[in-house]
Ligand binder design. Sequence first.
Ligand code: KIV
Length: 262
Amino acid sequence: MQSQVTLTTLYKMKEKAEKIVALTAYDYPFAKIVDESGVHMILVGDSLGMVIQGESSTLPVTMDQMIYHSRIVSRAAKFAIIVGDMPFMSYQASIEQAVANAGRFLKEAGTAAVKLEGGAAVSEIIQAISGAGIPVQAHIGITPQSVHKMGGYKVQRDEERLMADALEVESAGAFSVVLEGIPSNISKKITKALTIPTIGIGAGPHCDGQILVLHDLLGLNQGHVPKFVKQYAAIGDTAGTAIKRYANEVQAGKFPAKKHCY
Ligand code: KIV
């Protein structure tokens, strides 16, 4: 069995121009499938607010919910590095609170790292968490926790600011940075300028790695599908068909059959 991915693995992959495969997961059975499929990095994203809890944004997600899901995912993963996503208001109010909450991910949930949103504005927070020995992944471009400030989930095109944010989070000690909703030519320049791996979502092919939300990739998401998503399956339709067949058979008295009875 291959040994578990570490930060060193990720740095070496960037050096060798080997693409890093990242995906979200939130529960045991899917985390196990994702891990056994050879994905290098599993993010327990606060996107769970939308894809698991049915919220319209990630804002209501709490620390306790993130710890609960991260712990389940960590239990399933034997290969991928696990990153726990710090939810809205778990790191913004004070540096002390940010460090304490980041520590909960490693101590209570078994993740190897945490992710938080923001660039230069959160560099002191990244520095403090990283200084406490906790690897931090930054996240710039579209930052869904700032949806109201951004006026929606809009592609971010201010090249100067994005580059400054990327350089700032790297010097603050981030081990990696997620680039979300950024034109390809800008993420190409950022990826070249940084020594840490960039992980793109809606940021084109030049990033060091790619991440998608698992439910988007599997076609489990019934709502709007963003342009950057490729659906590799239609699991939602498959599940719906199976459940309808079950319902029909129960109503028709066909299930359970003799072989299902004691
Ligand atoms: O919460 C999440 O799933 C994320 C990814 C989309 C990067 O932040």
